[in-house]
Write a protein of this length. Structure first.
Ligand SMILES: NC(=O)c1ccc[n+]([C@@H]2O[C@H](COP(=O)([O-])OP(=O)(O)OC[C@H]3O[C@@H](n4cnc5c(N)ncnc54)[C@H](O)[C@@H]3O)[C@@H](O)[C@H]2O)c1
Length: 438
Protein backbone atom coordinates (compact mmCIF):
# COMPACT_ATOMS: atom_id res chain seq x y z
CA UNK A 1 0.00 0.00 0.00
CA UNK A 2 1.06 3.59 -0.49
CA UNK A 3 1.31 5.37 2.84
CA UNK A 4 2.04 9.01 3.68
CA UNK A 5 3.25 9.66 7.22
CA UNK A 6 2.76 13.31 8.16
CA UNK A 7 5.15 14.17 11.00
CA UNK A 8 8.50 12.41 11.15
CA UNK A 9 9.27 12.48 14.87
CA UNK A 10 9.67 9.49 17.21
CA UNK A 11 6.32 8.01 16.25
CA UNK A 12 6.23 9.02 12.58
CA UNK A 13 9.77 7.90 11.79
CA UNK A 14 9.54 4.59 13.63
CA UNK A 15 6.05 3.81 12.29
CA UNK A 16 7.00 4.86 8.76
CA UNK A 17 10.18 2.77 8.78
CA UNK A 18 8.33 -0.26 10.20
CA UNK A 19 5.47 0.03 7.68
CA UNK A 20 8.12 0.17 4.92
CA UNK A 21 9.77 -2.89 6.42
CA UNK A 22 6.39 -4.67 6.19
CA UNK A 23 6.58 -4.03 2.44
CA UNK A 24 4.45 -0.89 2.13
CA UNK A 25 5.64 2.12 0.15
CA UNK A 26 6.04 4.97 2.63
CA UNK A 27 6.78 8.68 2.30
CA UNK A 28 7.62 10.34 5.61
CA UNK A 29 6.83 14.05 5.48
CA UNK A 30 7.98 16.72 7.89
CA UNK A 31 7.90 20.50 7.74
CA UNK A 32 11.24 20.62 9.53
CA UNK A 33 13.64 21.01 6.61
CA UNK A 34 16.71 20.25 8.72
CA UNK A 35 15.22 16.97 9.90
CA UNK A 36 14.38 15.84 6.37
CA UNK A 37 17.77 16.98 5.04
CA UNK A 38 19.48 14.93 7.78
CA UNK A 39 17.37 11.86 6.97
CA UNK A 40 18.17 12.23 3.28
CA UNK A 41 21.87 12.21 4.24
CA UNK A 42 21.24 9.02 6.21
CA UNK A 43 21.51 10.71 9.63
CA UNK A 44 18.98 9.92 12.36
CA UNK A 45 17.36 12.92 14.10
CA UNK A 46 16.77 10.81 17.23
CA UNK A 47 18.53 8.01 19.06
CA UNK A 48 16.49 4.82 18.97
CA UNK A 49 18.20 1.41 19.00
CA UNK A 50 18.13 -0.27 15.56
CA UNK A 51 16.44 2.65 13.81
CA UNK A 52 19.41 3.76 11.67
CA UNK A 53 19.78 0.29 10.19
CA UNK A 54 16.02 -0.11 9.58
CA UNK A 55 15.75 3.28 7.90
CA UNK A 56 18.88 2.75 5.78
CA UNK A 57 17.71 -0.66 4.54
CA UNK A 58 14.22 0.47 3.58
CA UNK A 59 15.48 3.69 1.99
CA UNK A 60 18.01 1.67 -0.03
CA UNK A 61 15.29 -0.71 -1.17
CA UNK A 62 13.18 2.33 -2.14
CA UNK A 63 10.21 1.58 0.06
CA UNK A 64 10.93 4.52 2.36
CA UNK A 65 11.48 8.11 1.29
CA UNK A 66 11.50 11.51 2.96
CA UNK A 67 10.07 14.82 1.88
CA UNK A 68 9.07 18.28 3.05
CA UNK A 69 6.36 18.35 0.37
CA UNK A 70 3.11 17.21 1.93
CA UNK A 71 0.79 17.62 -1.07
CA UNK A 72 2.37 15.12 -3.52
CA UNK A 73 2.90 12.51 -0.80
CA UNK A 74 -0.73 12.79 0.35
CA UNK A 75 -2.18 12.94 -3.16
CA UNK A 76 -0.67 9.58 -4.09
CA UNK A 77 -1.37 7.80 -0.79
CA UNK A 78 -4.09 5.27 -0.04
CA UNK A 79 -3.59 5.85 3.67
CA UNK A 80 -2.39 9.07 5.32
CA UNK A 81 -1.22 8.93 8.94
CA UNK A 82 -0.98 12.02 11.11
CA UNK A 83 1.86 11.67 13.64
CA UNK A 84 2.55 15.30 14.52
CA UNK A 85 3.21 16.46 18.07
CA UNK A 86 0.41 17.22 20.55
CA UNK A 87 2.23 18.99 23.39
CA UNK A 88 0.52 20.32 26.49
CA UNK A 89 -0.87 23.81 25.93
CA UNK A 90 0.82 26.42 28.06
CA UNK A 91 -1.31 27.59 30.94
CA UNK A 92 -4.13 25.08 31.06
CA UNK A 93 -2.54 21.71 30.19
CA UNK A 94 -5.07 20.94 27.45
CA UNK A 95 -3.61 19.15 24.48
CA UNK A 96 -2.36 21.70 21.95
CA UNK A 97 -3.90 20.61 18.67
CA UNK A 98 -2.43 23.37 16.51
CA UNK A 99 -0.15 20.96 14.62
CA UNK A 100 -2.90 18.39 14.16
CA UNK A 101 -5.41 20.87 12.72
CA UNK A 102 -2.77 22.54 10.57
CA UNK A 103 -1.81 19.13 9.18
CA UNK A 104 -5.50 18.25 8.68
CA UNK A 105 -6.05 21.43 6.63
CA UNK A 106 -2.98 20.76 4.48
CA UNK A 107 -3.99 17.14 3.99
CA UNK A 108 -7.58 18.11 3.16
CA UNK A 109 -6.35 20.35 0.35
CA UNK A 110 -4.37 17.54 -1.28
CA UNK A 111 -6.10 14.29 -0.43
CA UNK A 112 -7.68 12.02 -3.06
CA UNK A 113 -11.11 10.40 -3.10
CA UNK A 114 -11.26 7.19 -1.07
CA UNK A 115 -8.17 7.85 1.02
CA UNK A 116 -8.19 6.80 4.67
CA UNK A 117 -6.92 9.51 7.03
CA UNK A 118 -5.60 8.06 10.28
CA UNK A 119 -4.70 9.93 13.46
CA UNK A 120 -1.75 8.29 15.19
CA UNK A 121 -0.98 11.30 17.35
CA UNK A 122 -2.43 11.12 20.85
CA UNK A 123 -5.47 13.39 20.66
CA UNK A 124 -8.34 14.13 23.04
CA UNK A 125 -11.71 12.52 22.54
CA UNK A 126 -13.61 14.28 19.78
CA UNK A 127 -10.56 15.38 17.79
CA UNK A 128 -11.44 12.89 15.03
CA UNK A 129 -14.83 14.63 14.73
CA UNK A 130 -13.10 18.00 14.36
CA UNK A 131 -10.70 16.65 11.74
CA UNK A 132 -13.69 15.22 9.90
CA UNK A 133 -15.39 18.60 9.76
CA UNK A 134 -12.16 20.30 8.59
CA UNK A 135 -11.89 17.81 5.73
CA UNK A 136 -15.63 17.89 4.88
CA UNK A 137 -15.67 21.69 4.77
CA UNK A 138 -12.56 21.86 2.60
CA UNK A 139 -13.54 19.02 0.27
CA UNK A 140 -17.30 18.40 0.44
CA UNK A 141 -17.25 16.15 -2.62
CA UNK A 142 -14.49 13.70 -1.73
CA UNK A 143 -15.14 10.63 0.40
CA UNK A 144 -12.50 10.38 3.14
CA UNK A 145 -12.75 8.15 6.20
CA UNK A 146 -11.23 9.58 9.39
CA UNK A 147 -9.83 6.85 11.67
CA UNK A 148 -8.20 6.85 15.11
CA UNK A 149 -5.24 4.47 15.50
CA UNK A 150 -3.40 5.45 18.68
CA UNK A 151 0.21 4.39 19.05
CA UNK A 152 1.51 2.54 22.11
CA UNK A 153 5.22 2.17 21.28
CA UNK A 154 7.77 2.97 23.97
CA UNK A 155 10.84 5.01 23.20
CA UNK A 156 13.92 2.85 23.60
CA UNK A 157 12.03 -0.27 22.48
CA UNK A 158 10.03 1.39 19.74
CA UNK A 159 10.77 -0.95 16.83
CA UNK A 160 10.05 -4.13 18.79
CA UNK A 161 6.89 -2.56 20.20
CA UNK A 162 5.70 -1.51 16.77
CA UNK A 163 6.39 -4.88 15.21
CA UNK A 164 5.12 -6.95 18.13
CA UNK A 165 2.35 -4.87 19.68
CA UNK A 166 0.14 -6.24 22.44
CA UNK A 167 -2.83 -4.91 20.46
CA UNK A 168 -3.70 -2.56 17.64
CA UNK A 169 -6.61 -0.25 18.33
CA UNK A 170 -8.55 1.02 15.33
CA UNK A 171 -11.39 3.44 15.87
CA UNK A 172 -13.80 3.64 12.94
CA UNK A 173 -17.30 2.66 11.94
CA UNK A 174 -16.47 2.84 8.24
CA UNK A 175 -16.36 -0.54 6.46
CA UNK A 176 -13.90 0.52 3.76
CA UNK A 177 -11.55 2.06 6.35
CA UNK A 178 -11.74 -1.12 8.41
CA UNK A 179 -10.69 -3.21 5.41
CA UNK A 180 -7.86 -0.80 4.54
CA UNK A 181 -6.53 -0.77 8.11
CA UNK A 182 -6.66 -4.56 8.24
CA UNK A 183 -4.55 -4.58 5.08
CA UNK A 184 -2.08 -2.04 6.52
CA UNK A 185 -1.44 -4.27 9.53
CA UNK A 186 -1.84 -7.60 7.68
CA UNK A 187 1.95 -8.25 7.61
CA UNK A 188 1.75 -8.63 11.40
CA UNK A 189 -0.68 -11.53 11.18
CA UNK A 190 2.01 -14.11 12.08
CA UNK A 191 2.50 -12.39 15.42
CA UNK A 192 -1.30 -12.36 15.72
CA UNK A 193 -1.72 -9.15 17.69
CA UNK A 194 -5.40 -8.56 18.36
CA UNK A 195 -6.87 -5.91 16.08
CA UNK A 196 -9.37 -4.17 18.29
CA UNK A 197 -12.01 -2.30 16.30
CA UNK A 198 -13.89 0.32 18.27
CA UNK A 199 -15.73 3.56 17.73
CA UNK A 200 -13.45 6.53 17.05
CA UNK A 201 -14.05 8.30 20.36
CA UNK A 202 -13.45 5.07 22.25
CA UNK A 203 -10.12 4.54 20.47
CA UNK A 204 -9.07 8.07 21.35
CA UNK A 205 -9.91 7.47 25.00
CA UNK A 206 -8.16 4.07 25.14
CA UNK A 207 -4.79 5.75 24.61
CA UNK A 208 -5.29 8.21 27.48
CA UNK A 209 -6.76 5.55 29.76
CA UNK A 210 -3.76 3.27 29.10
CA UNK A 211 -1.20 5.98 29.86
CA UNK A 212 -3.09 7.19 32.92
CA UNK A 213 -3.28 3.64 34.26
CA UNK A 214 0.46 3.06 33.79
CA UNK A 215 1.28 6.42 35.38
CA UNK A 216 -0.94 5.43 38.29
CA UNK A 217 0.82 2.08 38.69
CA UNK A 218 4.23 3.78 38.81
CA UNK A 219 2.99 6.37 41.27
CA UNK A 220 1.43 3.69 43.45
CA UNK A 221 4.70 1.79 43.81
CA UNK A 222 6.56 5.07 44.40
CA UNK A 223 4.29 5.84 47.35
CA UNK A 224 4.70 2.29 48.64
CA UNK A 225 8.48 2.89 48.38
CA UNK A 226 8.18 5.96 50.60
CA UNK A 227 6.22 3.90 53.10
CA UNK A 228 8.93 1.20 52.96
CA UNK A 229 11.54 3.81 53.81
CA UNK A 230 9.47 4.99 56.76
CA UNK A 231 8.86 1.54 58.23
CA UNK A 232 12.00 -0.35 57.20
CA UNK A 233 10.60 -2.59 54.44
CA UNK A 234 12.05 -3.30 50.98
CA UNK A 235 10.04 -2.06 48.00
CA UNK A 236 11.75 -4.43 45.56
CA UNK A 237 10.42 -7.36 47.51
CA UNK A 238 6.99 -5.78 47.87
CA UNK A 239 6.89 -5.20 44.11
CA UNK A 240 7.82 -8.80 43.45
CA UNK A 241 5.39 -10.02 46.06
CA UNK A 242 2.47 -8.20 44.47
CA UNK A 243 3.66 -8.41 40.85
CA UNK A 244 3.62 -12.20 40.83
CA UNK A 245 -0.13 -11.94 41.23
CA UNK A 246 -1.40 -12.21 37.65
CA UNK A 247 -4.16 -9.75 38.36
CA UNK A 248 -1.50 -7.13 39.12
CA UNK A 249 1.47 -8.10 36.93
CA UNK A 250 5.11 -7.21 37.56
CA UNK A 251 5.57 -4.47 34.95
CA UNK A 252 5.61 -0.79 35.86
CA UNK A 253 6.27 -1.64 39.49
CA UNK A 254 9.80 -0.22 39.61
CA UNK A 255 10.02 2.49 42.21
CA UNK A 256 12.07 5.47 41.09
CA UNK A 257 12.33 9.23 40.75
CA UNK A 258 8.84 9.71 39.28
CA UNK A 259 7.61 9.43 35.71
CA UNK A 260 8.62 11.83 32.97
CA UNK A 261 8.93 11.65 29.21
CA UNK A 262 7.01 12.90 26.24
CA UNK A 263 3.74 11.12 27.02
CA UNK A 264 2.70 10.40 30.61
CA UNK A 265 2.99 13.95 31.98
CA UNK A 266 1.05 15.61 29.16
CA UNK A 267 -1.42 12.79 28.60
CA UNK A 268 -2.46 12.54 32.25
CA UNK A 269 -3.06 16.29 32.40
CA UNK A 270 -4.98 16.25 29.10
CA UNK A 271 -7.15 13.39 30.37
CA UNK A 272 -8.13 15.19 33.55
CA UNK A 273 -8.96 18.33 31.54
CA UNK A 274 -11.23 16.27 29.26
CA UNK A 275 -12.82 14.63 32.30
CA UNK A 276 -13.36 17.94 34.10
CA UNK A 277 -15.00 19.45 31.03
CA UNK A 278 -17.25 16.43 30.70
CA UNK A 279 -18.20 16.84 34.37
CA UNK A 280 -16.82 13.38 35.12
CA UNK A 281 -13.58 14.15 36.97
CA UNK A 282 -11.01 11.38 37.39
CA UNK A 283 -9.77 12.13 40.90
CA UNK A 284 -7.26 9.31 41.00
CA UNK A 285 -5.34 10.72 38.02
CA UNK A 286 -5.43 14.24 39.47
CA UNK A 287 -3.78 12.83 42.59
CA UNK A 288 -1.23 10.88 40.55
CA UNK A 289 -0.09 14.08 38.84
CA UNK A 290 0.34 16.01 42.07
CA UNK A 291 2.10 13.10 43.83
CA UNK A 292 4.48 12.72 40.89
CA UNK A 293 5.25 16.46 40.72
CA UNK A 294 5.96 16.54 44.44
CA UNK A 295 8.18 13.49 44.12
CA UNK A 296 10.38 15.10 41.48
CA UNK A 297 10.66 18.27 43.57
CA UNK A 298 11.75 16.24 46.61
CA UNK A 299 14.55 14.41 44.78
CA UNK A 300 17.20 16.98 45.69
CA UNK A 301 16.45 16.61 49.39
CA UNK A 302 17.26 12.88 49.12
CA UNK A 303 20.72 13.83 47.85
CA UNK A 304 21.12 16.58 50.43
CA UNK A 305 20.19 14.17 53.23
CA UNK A 306 22.65 11.57 51.89
CA UNK A 307 25.35 14.27 51.95
CA UNK A 308 24.78 14.95 55.64
CA UNK A 309 22.32 17.82 55.32
CA UNK A 310 24.08 20.13 52.85
CA UNK A 311 25.51 20.10 49.33
CA UNK A 312 26.85 23.65 49.58
CA UNK A 313 30.12 23.71 47.63
CA UNK A 314 30.00 19.97 47.06
CA UNK A 315 30.51 18.23 43.74
CA UNK A 316 27.59 16.03 42.74
CA UNK A 317 28.01 13.65 39.80
CA UNK A 318 24.73 12.90 38.06
CA UNK A 319 24.66 9.78 35.90
CA UNK A 320 21.79 9.65 33.42
CA UNK A 321 19.82 12.68 32.23
CA UNK A 322 17.21 11.31 29.83
CA UNK A 323 13.80 10.33 31.22
CA UNK A 324 14.63 6.68 30.61
CA UNK A 325 17.43 4.64 29.02
CA UNK A 326 17.88 3.99 25.29
CA UNK A 327 16.54 7.33 24.17
CA UNK A 328 17.97 10.83 23.89
CA UNK A 329 14.59 12.31 24.79
CA UNK A 330 14.82 14.84 27.62
CA UNK A 331 11.15 15.83 27.72
CA UNK A 332 9.97 16.12 31.36
CA UNK A 333 12.98 14.14 32.59
CA UNK A 334 13.36 14.06 36.40
CA UNK A 335 16.94 15.34 35.92
CA UNK A 336 15.49 18.66 34.74
CA UNK A 337 14.01 19.17 38.21
CA UNK A 338 16.79 17.55 40.25
CA UNK A 339 19.83 19.30 38.74
CA UNK A 340 18.61 22.92 39.14
CA UNK A 341 17.45 22.12 42.70
CA UNK A 342 20.91 20.79 43.57
CA UNK A 343 22.51 23.89 42.06
CA UNK A 344 20.09 26.06 44.01
CA UNK A 345 21.28 24.29 47.17
CA UNK A 346 24.87 25.22 46.32
CA UNK A 347 26.10 22.03 44.61
CA UNK A 348 28.46 21.96 41.66
CA UNK A 349 26.89 19.50 39.22
CA UNK A 350 28.73 17.31 36.77
CA UNK A 351 26.76 15.06 34.48
CA UNK A 352 27.09 12.20 32.07
CA UNK A 353 24.57 10.50 29.81
CA UNK A 354 25.37 7.99 27.06
CA UNK A 355 23.05 9.64 24.48
CA UNK A 356 21.24 12.61 25.99
CA UNK A 357 23.94 15.23 26.54
CA UNK A 358 23.40 17.17 23.31
CA UNK A 359 19.68 17.44 24.06
CA UNK A 360 20.38 18.25 27.73
CA UNK A 361 22.92 21.03 27.17
CA UNK A 362 20.44 23.78 26.23
CA UNK A 363 18.14 22.73 29.10
CA UNK A 364 20.66 22.61 31.96
CA UNK A 365 22.95 25.55 32.58
CA UNK A 366 26.05 25.63 34.74
CA UNK A 367 26.58 21.86 34.46
CA UNK A 368 29.91 20.34 33.47
CA UNK A 369 29.09 17.62 30.94
CA UNK A 370 31.60 14.78 31.19
CA UNK A 371 32.92 12.26 28.69
CA UNK A 372 32.50 9.26 30.96
CA UNK A 373 30.97 8.29 34.30
CA UNK A 374 34.51 8.13 35.72
CA UNK A 375 35.28 11.65 34.58
CA UNK A 376 32.07 12.77 36.35
CA UNK A 377 32.77 10.97 39.63
CA UNK A 378 36.49 11.84 39.90
CA UNK A 379 36.78 13.98 43.04
CA UNK A 380 33.00 14.08 43.57
CA UNK A 381 31.30 14.20 46.97
CA UNK A 382 28.27 12.27 45.80
CA UNK A 383 27.15 10.16 42.88
CA UNK A 384 23.48 10.15 41.89
CA UNK A 385 22.16 7.54 39.45
CA UNK A 386 19.13 9.07 37.77
CA UNK A 387 18.64 6.94 34.64
CA UNK A 388 19.24 3.18 34.56
CA UNK A 389 21.34 2.98 31.39
CA UNK A 390 22.99 -0.44 30.97
CA UNK A 391 26.33 1.35 30.97
CA UNK A 392 25.77 2.22 34.64
CA UNK A 393 24.79 -1.25 35.78
CA UNK A 394 28.34 -2.57 35.87
CA UNK A 395 30.43 0.44 36.77
CA UNK A 396 33.95 -0.17 38.04
CA UNK A 397 32.96 0.61 41.63
CA UNK A 398 36.45 0.09 43.03
CA UNK A 399 37.79 2.72 40.66
CA UNK A 400 34.95 5.09 41.54
CA UNK A 401 35.47 4.50 45.26
CA UNK A 402 39.15 5.33 44.94
CA UNK A 403 38.61 8.55 43.01
CA UNK A 404 35.56 10.02 44.76
CA UNK A 405 36.21 12.53 47.48
CA UNK A 406 33.51 10.97 49.60
CA UNK A 407 32.00 7.61 48.57
CA UNK A 408 28.32 8.51 48.74
CA UNK A 409 25.89 7.03 46.23
CA UNK A 410 22.22 7.88 45.78
CA UNK A 411 20.67 5.32 43.45
CA UNK A 412 17.29 6.57 42.25
CA UNK A 413 16.76 3.43 40.14
CA UNK A 414 17.80 0.69 42.57
CA UNK A 415 20.26 -0.83 40.12
CA UNK A 416 22.73 -1.88 42.83
CA UNK A 417 22.33 -4.10 45.89
CA UNK A 418 22.68 -2.26 49.20
CA UNK A 419 24.79 -4.98 50.87
CA UNK A 420 27.25 -5.08 47.95
CA UNK A 421 27.60 -1.31 47.99
CA UNK A 422 28.25 -1.33 51.72
CA UNK A 423 30.84 -4.09 51.25
CA UNK A 424 32.57 -1.92 48.63
CA UNK A 425 32.79 0.91 51.15
CA UNK A 426 29.98 3.19 49.96
CA UNK A 427 27.32 5.05 51.88
CA UNK A 428 24.44 4.01 49.73
CA UNK A 429 20.83 5.09 49.64
CA UNK A 430 18.22 4.02 47.16
CA UNK A 431 14.45 4.10 46.73
CA UNK A 432 12.26 2.21 49.17
CA UNK A 433 15.10 0.25 50.76
CA UNK A 434 16.99 0.92 53.97
CA UNK A 435 20.15 3.01 53.42
CA UNK A 436 23.48 1.32 54.24
CA UNK A 437 26.89 2.45 55.42
CA UNK A 438 30.23 0.72 54.91
N1 LIG B 1 7.17 9.65 21.63
C1 LIG B 1 6.48 8.60 22.04
O1 LIG B 1 7.00 7.71 22.71
C2 LIG B 1 5.02 8.46 21.69
C3 LIG B 1 4.39 7.22 21.88
C4 LIG B 1 3.05 7.09 21.56
C5 LIG B 1 2.34 8.19 21.07
N2 LIG B 1 2.97 9.39 20.92
C6 LIG B 1 2.20 10.52 20.37
O2 LIG B 1 2.53 10.66 18.99
C7 LIG B 1 2.52 12.03 18.61
C8 LIG B 1 3.87 12.42 18.03
O3 LIG B 1 4.84 12.31 19.07
P1 LIG B 1 6.41 12.37 18.77
O4 LIG B 1 7.09 12.09 20.06
O5 LIG B 1 6.69 11.55 17.57
O6 LIG B 1 6.54 13.93 18.39
P2 LIG B 1 7.82 14.69 17.79
O7 LIG B 1 7.73 16.06 18.34
O8 LIG B 1 9.04 13.87 17.97
O9 LIG B 1 7.51 14.74 16.21
C9 LIG B 1 6.46 15.46 15.62
C10 LIG B 1 6.92 15.89 14.23
O10 LIG B 1 5.81 16.43 13.50
C11 LIG B 1 6.31 17.46 12.68
N3 LIG B 1 5.18 18.31 12.22
C12 LIG B 1 4.41 19.15 12.94
N4 LIG B 1 3.47 19.70 12.14
C13 LIG B 1 3.66 19.20 10.90
C14 LIG B 1 3.00 19.38 9.65
N5 LIG B 1 1.94 20.19 9.51
N6 LIG B 1 3.46 18.72 8.58
C15 LIG B 1 4.53 17.89 8.68
N7 LIG B 1 5.19 17.66 9.85
C16 LIG B 1 4.75 18.31 10.95
C17 LIG B 1 7.33 18.18 13.55
O11 LIG B 1 8.23 18.94 12.79
C18 LIG B 1 8.00 16.98 14.25
O12 LIG B 1 9.13 16.52 13.53
C19 LIG B 1 2.14 12.80 19.86
O13 LIG B 1 0.75 13.00 19.86
C20 LIG B 1 2.51 11.86 20.99
O14 LIG B 1 1.74 12.07 22.15
C21 LIG B 1 4.29 9.54 21.20
Amino acid sequence: MRIAMVGTGYVGLVSGACFADFGHEVVCVDKDHNKIAALLRGEMPIFEPGLDELVARNARERRLSFSTELAPAVRDAEVVFVAVGTPARRGDGHSDLTFVFEAAREIAAAVSHGTVLVTKSTVPVGTGDEIESIVRNARPNVQIAIVSNPEFLREGAAIADFKRPDRIVIGTDDKHARAVMTEVYRPLYLNAPPLLFTGRRTAELIKYAANAFLATKITFINEIADLCEAIGADVQEVARGIGLDNRIGGKFLHAGPGFGGSCFPKDTVALIRTAQEADAPINIVETVISVNDARKKALASRVIDACGGSVEGKIVAVLGLTFKPNTDDMREAPSLVLVPALQQAGAVVRAHDPQGMEQAKPLLSGVRFCDSPYDATDGADALVIVTEWDAYRALDLDRIHKTMKSPTVVDLRNIYRPEEMAAKGFSYSSIGRPPVRP
